[in-house]
Design a binder for this molecule. Structure first.
Ligand code: SF4
Length: 267
């Protein structure tokens, strides 16, 4: 979806089949991975993109329906890229009646100063943003941080690590962060990007551009993985769901990592 789209939210998305499908997907992820527990206070990272808005709306819906009680606080980190419309994001959060925290930062200046020529913008930018999110989540008394990665992100990351890093690794649906305090959760793991794009259009989400210098051109390798998956899908329609399933069906003895040799028989 065009990241400069900026519409007024449509109020009636909750009754749509698509929203119910997404709600089912997030509910299944929460159940399968035990993502949300009674008394959780969850910081939800909201960047103004389709994924994070969708995550927030689905978690709010879950909050209304779930048998457990939990709290949500939306958190936006402004990396300081000129033109980033935090006012649009804040307006949306206000309209939704969310608890939220808008956090300005000096990340852009830090990146300009510290980034080595030719090195990736995204890696330093996302590292800084993640660090800030952990800090704010802790400050807000949250024990969890929800991120908007979806099924396609999981699969593309799996392929990227195999193709370019030589590592068999994707992302976890739930993982204690390195700070030992915040658990990062990814409730959109079962949702496909195509559905999220369709939903964000249907709901008229006020998508804002991140306005970073590499916006729209970032991560060429990831785009190659997307293209590859789209091509494969025409021959193997279930290729994405099969790759995602592979992540929860690991046979360590049939891999080559010496540290896995002591794993009991997995057949
Ligand atoms: S696309 Fe831009 S905002 Fe997003 S991680 Fe990369 S540099 Fe940062």
């Amino acid at each position: 979806m065009n990241c400069s789209e900026n519409n007024t939210p449509a109020p009636d998305y909750r009754g749509s089949r698509l929203f119910k499908k997404l709600r089912h997907g997030i509910g299944k992820a929460v159940g399968d991975f035990g993502l949300i527990e009674e008394g959780d206070r969850i910081a939800v990272a909201v960047s103004g993109g389709k994924d994070s808005y969708t995550l927030l709306l689905l978690l709010e819906e879950l909050q209304r329906r779930a048998p457990v009680s939990f709290e949500l606080v939306a958190v936006n980190i402004d990396s300081g890229y000129p033109g980033y419309r935090t006012d649009v994001i804040e307006g949306f959060l206000k309209d939704q009646g969310c608890h939220y925290r808008m956090v300005p930062s000096e990340h852009y200046s830090i990146i300009q100063e510290k980034r080595r020529p030719g090195s990736s913008y995204c890696s330093i930018c996302s590292r800084l943003k993640r660090g800030a999110l952990y800090g704010v989540a802790q400050e807000l008394g949250c024990n969890k941080l929800a991120l908007g990665h979806h099924q396609d992100d999981f699969i593309e990351t799996l392929l990227l690590n195999q193709f370019f890093v030589g590592s068999l690794k994707s992302m976890a649906a739930s993982m204690l962060a390195d700070n030992g305090v915040i658990t990062v959760i990814r409730p959109l793991v079962y949702l496909v990007e195509e559905d999220i794009i369709a939903f964000s259009r249907q709901a008229g989400l006020p998508i804002v551009c991140c306005c970073c210098p590499v916006c729209g051109t970032a991560d060429l390798q990831r785009r190659r993985m997307k293209r590859l998956l789209t091509e494969l899908q025409s021959d193997i329609p279930h290729v994405k769901s099969s790759l995602l399933k592979a992540l929860s069906n690991v046979h360590p003895r049939h891999l080559l990592d010496p540290s896995l040799r002591r794993v009991p028989n997995d057949e």
